[in-house]
Every structure is written in C-alpha cells, then in structure tokens.
Design a binder for this molecule. Structure first.
Ligand SMILES: *[C@@H]1O[C@H](CO)[C@@H](O)[C@H](O)[C@H]1NC(C)=O
Ligand SMILES: *[C@@H]1O[C@H](CO)[C@@H](O)[C@H](O)[C@H]1NC(C)=O
Ligand SMILES: *[C@@H]1O[C@H](CO)[C@@H](O)[C@H](O)[C@H]1NC(C)=O
Length: 188
C-alpha cells in the first residue's frame, strides 16, 4: 500500500491523501442496485383514484425498465417495458390500459381497482446487461363515499323495485289489519 515515492517518515503526502479519498469514495458508493427502492404514493389508495409506484435512486446507466405484476418475473405478467434509448414503451399481457411508465421508472395507475392490490416487480437492465429486481406493493381500499355518490343503474333499479315491493307489502298489511278490525267488530 505504501507508495514508493513517499519516504516512511514523511507523514501523509498528497499521494496518500488521494489514496485515502479514493478509498473513502469506494466505501461510500455501495453497489448502485442496492440503493433502488420503490414506494407507493399514496401508501393506501382509494378505489377509483390514482396511485404511483415511485422509483427512488434509479441507476444512471439504466438501459431498460420492465414492470411485472405479482411475485415472479414471467412474460405473461409483464405490464410495460420502457427502453431509455429509444423512449419506446411496449405493453405486455398484464397491461390493463390504466398504467403509465415514466423515464424515471415510476409506474402510474389510473382509476385503480381493488384487483390492483398486490406485489409488483421492476426489472432494471443496465448498459452492461446486468439485471436488478426491485419489489413494490400497492394497497387499494374500497372507498364507500365514492360508491354512494355514483350508483350504477342496476342498483337504482334494485332500490326502486325494493321500494315498490315494500310499499305493496305495507299496503297489504294495512288492508288486512283494517279488514280484520272491521270484520271482527261486525258479527258476534
Ligand atoms: C417520476 O416522474 C413522475 C412523472 O413526471 C413523477 O410524478 C414522479 O414524482 C417522479 N419520481 C421521482 C422519484 O422523481
Ligand atoms: C378513469 O375513469 C373515468 C371515469 O370513470 C374515465 O372518464 C377515464 O377515462 C378513466 N381513465 C382511464 C385511464 O381509464
Ligand atoms: C378482479 O379479478 C377477478 C378475477 O381475476 C375478475 O373476475 C374481476 O372481474 C376483476 N374485477 C375488476 C373490477 O377488474
């Protein structure tokens, strides 16, 4: 380790300080793939709203990004592929039409459904064809306020039928009650 130009008693020369600086840099620069993380924004998203799987610390030498749904990297689970150089996005079998991939790797979901809940994997391939996998999680909850403001026609028809049936039952009961009272008080 001792540079030949520095005498053992000379203390720290510029060469040694440079060596120290280089080794510190190497120490503080962990493998780029270890730094990449995925977070869901918001952490809990309401059904029908938008959610983002945000990629933090994407390596600068990234060549392509592929998002998969589920726990495994399978061609059938591919949502979107984005190639940095060509800026071309290619959808896969798991693409629902509501996902958008950004050059920074983040994946946007629009109009999320309860089915979107689950695990996602981002596959990062760099210019040396090295692969890194990063996992993300999406949590979607059922928004009851959203449901009550926009009832589907089927539900409205159901409510109308229910109300009509209820009114008919009440009318029948009232009629029977009345009939029984008048009928009971008549003869005897
Ligand atoms: C990536 O880009 C999207 C869209 O421009 C943005 O909303 C998101 O915050 C970005 N993510 C990061 C980590 O910068
Ligand atoms: C999201 O839902 C709204 C209303 O239902 C619709 O107008 C819009 O096109 C949808 N967007 C996507 C990306 O599906
Ligand atoms: C959710 O997934 C199930 C099973 O895959 C499917 O039958 C259902 O239609 C999906 N619902 C929505 C709202 O996409």
């Amino acid at each position: 380790m001792e540079p030949p130009s520095a005498s053992p008693r000379a203390g720290r020369g510029p060469w040694q300080e440079l060596l120290l600086a280089v080794s510190l840099l190497a120490f503080w620069n962990p493998p780029t793939t270890a730094q990449v993380t995925v977070e869901s924004v918001p952490p809990n998203a309401a059904e029908g709203k938008d959610a983002l799987l945000r990629v933090l610390n994407l390596p600068g030498d990234t060549a392509s990004l592929t998002w998969f749904k589920g726990e495994t990297v399978l061609p059938t689970h591919k949502i979107l592929l984005y190639v940095i150089d060509t800026k071309i996005t290619t959808p896969g079998p798991a693409y629902s039409g509501r996902e958008t991939i950004y050059p920074n790797g983040s994946l946007l979901f629009q109009n999320i459904t309860l089915n979107d809940t689950g695990s996602y994997i981002l596959q990062i391939i760099n210019q040396k064809f090295e692969t890194a996998l990063v996992r993300g999680q999406l949590q979607v909850f059922h928004d009851s306020t959203e449901q009550s403001s926009g009832l589907p026609p089927g539900a409205i028809a159901g409510i109308v039928i229910g109300v009509v049936a209820g009114v008919a039952v009440i009318a029948a009961l009232v009629y029977l009650q009345y009939f029984r009272k008048t009928g009971g008080s008549g003869p005897v």
